[in-house]
Ligand binder design. Structure first.
Ligand SMILES: C[S@@+](CC[C@H](N)C(=O)[O-])C[C@H]1O[C@@H](n2cnc3c(N)ncnc32)[C@H](O)[C@@H]1O
Length: 852
C-alpha cells in the first residue's frame, strides 16, 4: 500500500467552545470574534434570563399558596383534575431572553434552563417544566439556533429512581418537532452518582408536593455505572433513534471503568463537556488532564464525527465575560514550555485550560496508514459484493492490492507448500515434474506474481495457470503475462466451475508460441478460452490435475462471497491424493454488539428499502460496544477493535487499553479440497448445494446491561500450515496485523433487544441455499438469570459493573475459541434458572441473497 509521510496527515482539529452558565449579555458577532481571537470556536448562551426564572418562581409560589393539598380521588389516583389544574406561563417578554437573531447565532450553542424538572413526580412541576422547556425551544428555533444543550433528566426524587425519565423523553420528542433544524444534545454525566445530583437555589424540583414523593427512609447513594446511560436509552428510544438527538457527555474528574467508557464511545457523543474541576494541576500549577482522560478524548476524536469540546467554568473569555482581561495574550505552549505561575507576568495565560486542550490537539497521535486508508468509512454501511454476477472494476482490485499483508502471507503460504511438496517428494501432475499451480479468480494478477516469486524462493519449478471470469480483468492478465511474467502463465478466461483443468502435453514444452483456443467442450456462451505460452502441441494435450489451487474468494464472513461454491466447482480438478488448496480452510466468527448509529441509519434506509433491516452489511465498525466480553471489564488488555472491509477502506487500530476483549465465537468452517461432496443425484439434473448449508447456536454471557442492535461477523482462514489471516478482533493482531482488505460484516436486528445485567444472548444463525443462491438467517434471544432459591452466594454477590460474578446459560459454550472464557456459568449455578426475556424475529437475507 501507499506509504504516507507523517507530514501528509493534517491531524484532527478540535472544535472548542466556552460555557459560562451565567453569561448575561447579548452575544453579538463582535463577541464571537473576540472568542475566536482567544482561540475558542464557539460559545454557549442561556436561552432565558434570571428574570424569566424569577417570574416562573413567583408564578408558582402564588399558585401554590392558593392550592389545596393534593388528594386522591375515589379510585385512588392522585391525578385528579384539582391536582392537575394547569398553571400557564405567559409568553416570553424582552426581559426573559437576551438571545436575538443575529450573525452570531450560527456560532452559538443554546442552553435550556437547568432549574426545571421535567421528570418531577408532581404533575404540576413536571408540566410547568415542560412549558418552560417548550417556550425556550420555540424561541431558540425562532432565533435560528442550530444546537441546543439540554440539561440531563433528574434521576432521583426521594426514594423514586428514574421514574420520570419518560416524561422528559416525551418532552424531548415534542421539542424535536418544534425545532426542526435544531440538533438536541442531552447533557449527561457518564455514571449516575446520586450524591452529585443536588438541587440548587431556585430549582423547581424541591417544590414537588410531598404527596407525590415516596418517603425516603433508605435512599440509595450507590453509584450506578449505567444509570445515566439507561436514561439516555429510554430517551432515544422514545424518540425513535432520531438523527438530531445526540449526547453531550460530561467528563468527570474520575473516569469510570472501561466498560462504561466503551458504552459512551458507541453512542452519538457530539459534545464533550469538561469542567475546570476535572483538570489536575501539573507541578507548575497549570491545568492538565490525566492520562486516562487524554486516552478517552483521543478515542472519541477518532470517531467519524469527533465531538466538539466545551470547557465549563474555566474563567471568562478575555474581553467578553470580563473585558479587563482582553489584553492577555493567548499562549500555545507545550507542557515542557509551560512557565511557572511564579514566572514573570508577561507569560500570564488568561486561558490555560484552553491552551492545554489546544496543545492536546497538537499531540494527538498521527493516524496510521490504515486509519487514513479507511477515513470516511467508519460506520458506513456497504452492501456486500455479488462477485459472481458483478464484474469488479479495476479500481476495486487496486484497493485490494494495497493490502500490505494479504499478498505477503499468500506468498509465504505458497512458498511453504512448494517446499513441503519438494521435501516430501510428492509426485506432480505434470509430466515434466513441475508442480501445477492454478490461481483461480486471478483478478488483475497479484497472486500470480506472488506464485512466481514463491516458486523462485522455494526453488521449485511450477507450471502456472490463471483462471478469471472477469473479461475486463482478463485483458490486464494478458498484458501482465507479456510484460511482467515472460509469458510463463497459461491464462484461462472462464468461470472456474466450468474449467476442465490444465492441459499438458506429453511432449517437452517450449515457450515460443502464444495461442488462444476455444475449449471445445464448452458451449459458446461460457466458453473457456486459454491464452497459452506453453505447452506446444496443444492439440495433443491431455487434461491433468492441479497440484496446488490458490484462490482468494473470501468475504467479510468468510463464505459470504461464495468461496465454497466456487471451489466446489474445481474440487475434482485438484489432485485427489496430494492436491492442496490455499486457503485450506476458513471459518466465520460472530459476537453480539450494540451499534446505535448503524441501527439509526438502517431505520432511515428502511423507508426506501424494506429489505434494509434484513441485509448483512460490510461495515468498518467503529462506534460500537461489544456486549459480551471475555475478561473482567476492568481489564486493560490491548486490542484492535475493528477489522477491515472487502472494498474501499480499512480498520482503525486503536491504542492499547481501549476496549475490554470481546467474546467472539466460531459459527462454522469450510475446508478444501472437500473430500465429502456427495455424488450428483441420479434423479436430478441440478447439482445439490445442500452440503454447504451450515447452522449454529451460540451463547454469549453479558456482563453489563445494554442494547443488542445486531451481530458483528468476522473470519479467520488457514492459508497453509501456520500461515493464517484473520479479521477476528481477538486474533487479528497475532495472525495478520495491519491487514486491510476486509471490514467486518454486520447482521442487524429489526428491533433492538435490551439485555439485562448478568444476562445472556443466544444467536441462532443459518447459511442457507436453494441451489441457485446463498443467504443467511439469524435470530437473537435474550435470557435473564432468575433466582429460584435464595442463596448466600447470591446475596453476597450483587451485580457488579466492574466484574461479573457469574453468567447464565453458557452451556452451549464449547470452548472453540482460544480466548479466555467469561467467568462463571449462571445456568449451572445452583439456585438459578434462565428465563427468556426477549427474542427477535427470524431475519432472512434471502431477498439480497448471493447468486450462485
Ligand atoms: C476478491 S477477487 C481477488 C482477485 C485477486 N486474486 C486478488 O487477490 O487481488 C476475486 C476474483 O475472483 C473472480 N471470480 C469469482 N468467482 C469466480 C469464478 N467462479 N470463476 C472465475 N473467477 C471468479 C472475480 O472476478 C475476482 O476477480
Amino acid at each position: 500500500m501507499d506509504h504516507y509521510e507523517a507530514g501528509d496527515d493534517p491531524g484532527v482539529t478540535f472544535c472548542i467552545g466556552h460555557h459560562e452558565p451565567n453569561r448575561s449579555l447579548t452575544v453579538t458577532a463582535d463577541h464571537v470574534i473576540r472568542a475566536h481571537e482567544s482561540n475558542y470556536d464557539m460559545l454557549t448562551v442561556p436561552i432565558t434570563t434570571t428574570h424569566f426564572h424569577s417570574r416562573v418562581l413567583s408564578l408558582l409560589s402564588s399558585y401554590l399558596s392558593d392550592l389545596e393539598s393534593p388528594k386522591s380521588d375515589r379510585l385512588g389516583t392522585m391525578a385528579t383534575s384539582q391536582n392537575t389544574r394547569p398553571l400557564v406561563i405567559p409568553p416570553l417578554t424582552k426581559l426573559d431572553s437576551r438571545l436575538t437573531p443575529n450573525e452570531a447565532i450560527s456560532q452559538l450553542v443554546g442552553v435550556t434552563s437547568s432549574w426545571i424538572d421535567l421528570c418531577s413526580p408532581d404533575p404540576l412541576i413536571a408540566d410547568l417544566s415542560r412549558q418552560v422547556f417548550m417556550l425556550e425551544v420555540a424561541y431558540a428555533a425562532f432565533c435560528g439556533i442550530g444546537y441546543l444543550l439540554i440539561p440531563s433528566p433528574k434521576l432521583h426524587h426521594g426514594n423514586l429512581h428514574s421514574e420520570g425519565v419518560v416524561y422528559y423523553a416525551r418532552a424531548v420528542q415534542d421539542a424535536l418537532s418544534l425545532g426542526p433544524y435544531i440538533q438536541f444534545h442531552i447533557w449527561l454525566k457518564m455514571v449516575d452518582n446520586p450524591e452529585m445530583e443536588v438541587d440548587t437555589m431556585g430549582d423547581l424540583a424541591p417544590f414537588a408536593r410531598q404527596e407525590y414523593l415516596q418517603p425516603e427512609p433508605s435512599s440509595s447513594t450507590k453509584i450506578d455505572p449505567f444509570g445515566t446511560w439507561d436514561a439516555w436509552d429510554l430517551v432515544r428510544k422514545t424518540c425513535k433513534y432520531h438523527s438530531r438527538l445526540l449526547v453531550a457527555l460530561s467528563m468527570p474528574k474520575q473516569l469510570p471503568a472501561l466498560c462504561v467508557q466503551s458504552r459512551w464511545h458507541s453512542e452519538p457523543v457530539h459534545l464533550l463537556t469538561i469542567d475546570a474541576s476535572s483538570f489536575l494541576k501539573n507541578p507548575k500549577g497549570y491545568p492538565v488532564l490525566s492520562k486516562a482522560h487524554q486516552a478517552f478524548i483521543a478515542r472519541l476524536m477518532r470517531l467519524r464525527t469527533p465531538p466538539w469540546i466545551i470547557l465549563c467554568n474555566v474563567g471568562p473569555v478575555p474581553g467578553l465575560d470580563e473585558p479587563e482581561e482582553s489584553e492577555g495574550a493567548q499562549s500555545q505552549l507545550s507542557p515542557s514550555e509551560y512557565p511557572s505561575l511564579k514566572a514573570s507576568k508577561k507569560h500570564h495565560d488568561p486561558t490555560p485550560h484552553l491552551s492545554y486542550i489546544r496543545n492536546l490537539q497538537e499531540r494527538q497521535p498521527p493516524r496510521t496508514p490504515i486509519e487514513r486508508f479507511g477515513t470516511g468509512y467508519q460506520d458506513y454501511l456497504q452492501a456486500p459484493l455479488q462477485p459472481l454476477t458483478v464484474n469488479l472494476e479495476s479500481i476495486t482490485y487496486e484497493v485490494f492490492e494495497k493490502d500490505p499483508i494479504k499478498y505477503e502471507w499468500y506468498e509465504r503460504a505458497i512458498t511453504k507448500a512448494l517446499k513441503d511438496w519438494a521435501d516430501q517428494k510428492k509426485p506432480t501432475s505434470h509430466p515434466d515434474g513441475k508442480v501445477i499451480v492454478a490461481v483461480v479468480g486471478a483478478g488483475r494478477g497479484p497472486l500470480v506474481t506472488r506464485a512466481l516469486k514463491a516458486s523462485a524462493a522455494a526453488g521449485v519449478e511450477i507450471d502456472l495457470w490463471a483462471v478469471e471470469k472477469n473479461q475486463n480483468a482478463f485483458v490486464l492478465l494478458q498484458r501482465h503475462n507479456e510484460n511482467l511474467w515472460d509469458g510463463k502463465v497459461t491464462l484461462v478466461q472462464s468461470d472456474m466451475r466450468s474449467w476442465k483443468g490444465p492441459r499438458v502435453s506429453r511432449l517437452a514444452t517450449t515457450t515460443t508460441e502464444t495461442q488462444q483456443a476455444g475449449d471445445e467442450s464448452q458451449g459458446a456462451g461460457n466458453a473457456a478460452s486459454e491464452t497459452s505460452a506453453s505447452p506446444s502441441g496443444l492439440s495433443d494435450g491431455v487434461y491433468t490435475h492441479v497440484d496446488i489451487v490458490v484462490s482468494e474468494l473470501l468475504g467479510s464472513f468468510a463464505d459470504n462471497e461464495l468461496s465454497p461454491e466456487c471451489l466446489d466447482g474445481i474440487n475434482d480438478l485438484i489432485h485427489p491424493a496430494h492436491g492442496i488448496s490455499i486457503p485450506a480452510s476458513y471459518s466465520a466468527h460472530l459476537t453480539p454488539i450494540s451499534a446505535p448509529k448503524l441501527h439509526s441509519d438502517i431505520v432511515n434506509q428502511t423507508v426506501s428499502n424494506p429489505a434494509a433491516p434484513e441485509t448483512p452489511y460490510v461495515v468498518m465498525l467503529h462506534a460500537i460496544d461489544f456486549l459480551s466480553t471475555a475478561e473482567s471489564t476492568t481489564n486493560t488488555e490491548p486490542l484492535n477493535q475493528h477489522s477491515s472491509s472487502r472494498a474501499s477502506g480499512t480498520s482503525s487500530p486503536t491504542p492499547a487499553t481501549e476496549f475490554p476483549t470481546p467474546f467472539v465465537q466460531t459459527a462454522w468452517t469450510f475446508s478444501h479440497p472437500n473430500r465429502n461432496i456427495p455424488p450428483p443425484s441420479q434423479t436430478s439434473s441440478t447439482v445439490s448445494n445442500a452440503h454447504n448449508v451450515r447452522q449454529t447456536r451460540l451463547s454469549f454471557p453479558i456482563q453489563n446491561r445494554g442494547v443488542c442492535h445486531g451481530i458483528a461477523g468476522y473470519f479467520e482462514t488457514v492459508l497453509y500450515g501456520d500461515v493464517e489471516l484473520s479479521t477476528n478482533p481477538v486474533t487479528m493482531d497475532a495472525k495478520s496485523a495491519t491487514m486491510i482488505s476486509w471490514f467486518p460484516i454486520y447482521f442487524p436486528l429489526k428491533t433492538p433487544l435490551n439485555v439485562p445485567d448478568n444476562g445472556e444472548v443466544v444467536v441462532t444463525m443459518y447459511r442457507q441455499t436453494d441451489d441457485r443462491k446463498v443467504w443467511y438467517e439469524w435470530m437473537v434471544e435474550v435470557y435473564a438469570l432468575e433466582r429460584t432459591t435464595p442463596t448466600a452466594a447470591w446475596l453476597a454477590s450483587p451485580v457488579s459493573p466492574a466484574g461479573r460474578s457469574g453468567s447464565p446459560g453458557t452451556d452451549t459454550l464449547k470452548g472453540k475459541d482460544p480466548v479466555a472464557r467469561p467467568q462463571g456459568s449462571g445456568s449451572s449455578q445452583p439456585g438459578f434458572r434462565r428465563v427468556r426475556v426477549g427474542m427477535s424475529e427470524f431475519h432472512s437475507s434471502i431477498k439480497e441473497g448471493c447468486l450462485m
